[in-house]
Ligand binder design. Structure first.
Ligand code: ATP
Length: 293
């Protein structure tokens, strides 16, 4: 493990922001820390970065301080510096031994070569976030702590930042916090679900999804749907039926394969008028809601 905490607590006055966190980040992972607002994500990253002192518990971060980099959620730079100067300053301050050519490389990776000589005061939010990542990786850190790296961006900006993070796989260990679960599902291999300062789950994303995946069909029908829901609930191959609204049912089944041939027959026999019928794989959003609600 590149990062481990045991019984980590952080108090702000009477408020317990971290309530006994046992974090375990495998070396090389892209670890997604997810949780609702106020769960303690920023606090946990700040403790790992050494910016906040824990109130109790142990923290072990394997790389030395100079090889750990934190990108805050809204990176701020002196507005009169150019993008190139920001990256150069970061390299010179943190890792003067890293060749100067690396500055050009990280600017190019962040697609900022063309804007590198403009003052950052005129950069868009997405450009600032990409510049933040460039300045964070220029010193070749072993461990990157990224606080909500893509959350404030539009879809195109998010795409670019997610691609940059995906490109770090194999080069560094990344711990990122996010409340955009589809982003985490896309780029992370390991997740920790934090709520009210406690880790509710931690482990490979795959285990989380597969362990909890109840196969289901999403049905869109012409209303009314109540009698269809009742008829399906009576079937022994149906685990449960949720009426989502006046047109949609979520039918959890024992197996998608069995439902493929039993569901059309069951719908026909209760005169259901089917608009669409789609199998649903469990996604992080479902599991997150189940764990945090
Ligand atoms: N400096 C502080 N003083 C007092 N309370 C704080 C301080 N920083 C955070 N908190 C409280 O600690 C809890 C955890 O906050 P934190 O910012 O770590 O959560 P978060 O998961 O990052 O939330 P968000 O997604 O909203 O950024 C919250 O209840 C917050 O109000």
């Amino acid at each position: 493990m590149i990062v481990e905490t045991r019984g980590l607590e952080k108090r702000y006055g009477p408020h317990l922001a971290l309530a006994g966190v046992d974090l375990a980040v495998p070396r090389g992972a892209v670890y997604g820390l997810v949780g609702p607002n106020g769960a303690g994500k920023t606090t946990l990253l700040a403790v790992l970065a050494g910016l906040r002192v824990p109130s109790a518990g142990e923290v072990r971060v394997a790389p030395p301080r100079g090889r750990v980099a934190l990108l805050p959620d809204t990176p701020q730079f002196e507005p009169w510096l150019t993008g190139r100067e920001v990256v150069a300053l970061a390299r010179r301050l943190v890792a003067p031994g890293v060749p100067v050519a690396r500055e050009e490389r990280v600017l190019a990776d962040a697609e900022l070569s063309g804007a590198a000589d403009r003052r950052v005061g005129g950069y868009s939010r997405g450009m600032l976030q990409r510049l933040g990542l460039a300045a964070t990786v220029v010193a070749e850190p072993e461990l990157l702590l990224l606080d909500e790296p893509a959350s404030a961006l539009d879809p195109a900006g998010r795409r670019e930042v997610l691609d940059l993070i995906a490109g770090l796989r194999g080069k560094a260990t990344v711990v990122l916090s996010s409340h955009i679960l589809s982003d985490v599902q896309e780029v992370c291999d390991t997740v920790g679900i934090l709520r009210e300062g406690r880790l509710l789950f931690q482990g490979p994303l795959h285990d989380l999804l597969v362990g909890r995946a109840v196969p289901a069909y999403l049905l869109r029908l012409r209303p009314p749907v109540g009698h269809v829901a009742d008829a399906l609930r009576a079937k022994d191959w149906v685990v449960g039926v949720d009426v989502l609204d006046e047109q949609r049912l979520r039918v959890s089944v024992r197996s998608l394969a069995a439902a493929e041939w039993l569901l059309p027959e069951a719908l026909a026999s209760c005169d259901a008028r089917v608009v669409s019928m789609n199998p649903q794989a469990a996604d992080l959003e479902d599991v997150f809601l189940e764990l945090t609600s």
